[in-house]
Design a protein around this ligand. Sequence first.
Ligand SMILES: [Mg+2]
Length: 330
Amino acid sequence: MQLTHEDFVRVSAVADEIPSLGPWRPVIADLATLLGTGADSSAARRARVHPQDALIASGRTSRTPPVQPFALCPPERLARCRGVLTDIDDTLTEHGVLMPEALAALHRLRELGLPTIAITGRPMGWSEPFARAWPVDAIVAENGAVALFREAGDLCIEYAQDDATRRANAQRLQEVLARIVHEVPGASAARDSAGRVTDIAIDHSEFVHLPGAAIERVVALMRSEGMEATVSSIHVNGWFGTHDKRSGARWIVSRLLGRELDAERDDWLYVGDSTNDQVMFGCFPMSVGVANLMRFAAELTVWPAYLAEGERGNGFAQVVEAIAAVRAQP
Ligand SMILES: [Mg+2]
């Protein structure tokens, strides 16, 4: 692949736009040196970047990520789209706030009549006001454990686990949380913990920075206690039970639409940004990562089929625009 000078400018812009580059920081530094401008280049700040270029241009990776630019998603495939599933944090939001581009895209999906369901590791309590306010059919929170949706004007909250199971797990969850905070230096409960019903969460990038080794210790400790554990862009989540984002998606599609998601999975689109979206990337052939997914390139074992050019809500909006465009064609 032959890269132009403009490509390198666009690549160096990544250094300014991604606060936590992790293993890619030296790659970007190399490219900035090649440019002779450094990461403070005003041209770089103005430029846009396609994240795949950063990987390929670096020469530091022995493999090209097994993902295509979203622009290559066949229109006929988008035309068959029967619904959209999406992560929330750093897919629709930036710094925890819904981006206006993402909100406009959610409204567009509603205009198109496409079922839209947000699936997140955030807690039930955090999700409640958004399930009332956002133009989505439902929010599935706590990694598939609880669904929030409106019915006849009222907000309904339903759990994947029965009352007795949740009660039995509640004390164990708090015991594991206390052990993690005690044993892993720097580990603290996520600030949204008060709204959590079925899981616990350790903050690693929302309000504090927890080093990678500590994140691994938290995950290992959760698993040693018999919990499922995943790492989102901001938290490490742990819970008891077999549910996950995929089972939560199946459940809510059946509950709200009376349809079997597995029978339609070729025609549902999923958008995500992090390692805790891998179960969904692997499930849906029409899966898309927003561009900031690349910050987890070193940790990903399951990639989405496509990568949007834009980060966060801009990437999500790009996906929705493409769906709307094919639907507008005669
Ligand atoms: Mg996320």
